[in-house]
Write a protein that binds this ligand. Sequence first.
Ligand code: UDX
Ligand code: ADP
Length: 462
Amino acid sequence: MKICCIGAGYVGGPTMAMIAMKCPEISVHVVDLNADRIAAWNSSELPIYEPGLDAVVQEARGRNLTFSTDVETAIAEADIVFISVNTPTKTYGIGAGRAANLEFVEKCARQIGRVAQGHTIVVEKSTLPVRTAEAVKRILSSVATEATFDVLSNPEFLAEGTAVNDLLNPDRVLIGGESAEAIQTLADIYGNWVPSERILTTNLWSSELSKLTANAFLAQRVSSINAMSALCEATGADVDEVAKAIGTDSRIGPKFLKASVGFGGSCFQKDILNLVYLCSHFGLQEVAEYWEQVVVMNDYQKRRFAESIVKTMFNTVSSKRIAIWGWAFKKDTNDTRESAAIYVCRDLLRERAQLHIYDPRVSKARILEDLEIVMRTNGDSLSNSERELIEKNVHVATTSYEAAEEAHAIAVLTEWDEFKTLDFDRVYQGMHQPAFVFDGRNILNHSKLAQIGFEVHAIGKK
Ligand code: UDX
Ligand code: ADP
């Protein structure tokens, strides 16, 4: 059997590497238009950082896992084609800012229709609005001359930073479709390592909607605990204590109750906005407004964090040096999409702070590009003053210590483990007094920091 996966990103790359590792008899071909990305997948420096992924890729690459830019050949040879391309939020036209941009999915469908041979199973791996499969089916059948197709929805639930383990031991694999035979073919592949009771099958629309729903529920938990963090700060309750107290209720459970500076990542905001758009489209205004509040609360949390830094530092951060620890949207990934750090730093830059940013896995180029995009107030390019602000006020450091040297404050924006074990006496000695710490992830030992002399401000703690 031959598999082709279109899209070698954070989802396509790791998922296909796992299938190839677990199914040596299946030939897995991952293709992408982005030649740099493909070159990186073929090198010793993979394009994404994911703990444990190097070993998985190494075991299968060259044996039954290949990466290339030859999209058409891979499609033509494949029995199963996974569509794993990006579906960003639309930035223009109808549904701008909410609806998913399905341009890349449609292009894939057209290309598959044109070049596929024989009977091909087309699998939607990307997160898509409900009923996208209908459009995919229509495109395939109108473009294809001889080939025939079954379309399945098989959303990926892996989280970045834990992708390898999530793929090895998934809570469930979800396959939606109409053809029992096609569903069984895909289920048999996962059956090589996933117990059969964890392979759920549904109709196409339930599968598509389940992915959006899972992300909406997870994001809603984070926004709910973040909403409580504001109330904790006002009342003297401690949000970590509240989270523990409610999390022991087996009906609530302990996961996804960590208050933070706000959720990020490529999925949560995008998927909720997509859900909001879908609900509005179907005339369900109250449902749309209900879910939109999850994103509204997240924006509030990011803004509130930046504002509290300014307020605490005597209402001005102009020319003050602030160490930013962490840029990725969560630990153990180099992905920065929608990272809270981007928005907090935008707000601090507008207050003229001097930012010294350090992240163990994110490149300087990525950090600067993220800031260039978020600082634009007018169209597609930076104004001279915006560019000057970034050039003069943003510095990228190579260690936490370097970032904190001569700083007035430290803001922890990603929960990297290495921040917990630093020599805080040394950090304190190098800083201006009073030395502020704003722990946006509640990962540091606050009482120890206070003993050293730091003034600590944490999420959801007075
Ligand atoms: C998410 C879903 O978990 C995954 O199932 C889906 O396939 C893709 O979207 P991901 O975005 O990779 O995965 O990471 P996740 O662990 O869900 O974290 C998302 C954001 O929420 C991060 O910024 C994280 O720091 C934040 N978060 C998570 C919290 O602030 N508190 C929590 O308790 C949990
Ligand atoms: P995700 O996090 O969903 O995996 P990414 O943006 O990391 O998203 O990856 C999607 C990949 O899909 C990108 O590398 C992009 O170049 C690739 N891609 C998008 N459209 C096409 C296409 N028509 N053919 C091949 N690759 C594509």
